[in-house]
Ligand binder design. Sequence first.
Ligand SMILES: O=C(O)c1ccccc1N[C@@H]1O[C@H](COP(=O)(O)O)[C@@H](O)[C@H]1O
Length: 250
Amino acid sequence: MSSVPPGPSVPKLELLPAVDVRDGQAVRLVHGESGTETSYGSPLEAALAWQRSGAEWLHLVDLDAAFGTGDNRALIAEVTDAMDIKVELSGGIRDDASLAAALATGCTRVNLGTAALESPEWVAKIIAEHGDRIAVGLDVRGTTLRGRGWTRDGGDLYETLARLDSEGCARYVVTDIAKDGTLQGPNLELLKNVCAVTDKPVVASGGVSSLDDLRAIATLVPEGVEGAIVGKALYAKAFTLEEALAAVSG
Ligand SMILES: O=C(O)c1ccccc1N[C@@H]1O[C@H](COP(=O)(O)O)[C@@H](O)[C@H]1O
C-alpha cells in the first residue's frame, strides 16, 4: 500500500476572515474606496459562516465609522456577542467613548488607524492602559500612512512605527492599500520591511488571492508575521476558509 508523502510544510499562520460593515451590510471595497462596495448580505450570517468553517479569529470593521459616515455600533456589538471565537474590531475607534464601546463588546482586541496618526498622546496612554488589547493598523500607500477612511495622508510608516514601538504597541496590522480588495497578491516586500524594524507581531492585510499567497505569507512567520486577514478571496470563493486553514496550519 502506497502512502502519499506530506507536502512541503509552512509555519502556522493565523487567519482572520474579514467582515467589513457598511450601512448594515457585509461589503468588500476595492482599494478601500467608498463607493466601490460589493454587498455580501448580513454581517452576522457572514461572521457565523466563518466561525462554522473553523475560524479562530474574526476581523470585524465598522466602515461607516472609519469613513465618518455614521456607525454600525449596535450591529458590531451584536455580531461580536454572537461569536465564540476571538474578534479584532476596527473602524472609528478614536477617543475614550468609541474605545470603551469597542472594548465593552468583549472583543479580544481593537485595531486603531486614524487615532494613531492624529492623537499620538491618547494612543500612548491607551497602549499603556490596555496592552495587547490594542493593535495599530498601519494602512499605507507606498510608505505613507493613510487615515480618515484612507483619504488623508498621515505621515511616514517607519517614523510612526518607531514611535509606536517605543510606546510599547503590542502588534501591527499592515495593509497595503494598493492591494486591498484587488486579489493581486500580498505585498511581501512591505511585510518583510516592517518585520525588519520591529520585534512585534505583524498581521498582513491586503491582496490575498490564493492559497499560494497564504503559503507565501506563512514563510514570513519566522520573520514576525503572525497572521493574515482574508477578505475578497473568501467572498469571491477563490478558495474556502477550510482549505485556507488547512494550507497554513503548520
Ligand atoms: O478595511 C477597509 O477596507 C478599510 C477601508 C477604508 C478605511 C478603513 C478600512 N478598514 C480599517 O478601519 C480601521 C481604521 O479606522 P479608523 O481610522 O481607526 O477609524 C483600520 O483598521 C483599517 O484597516
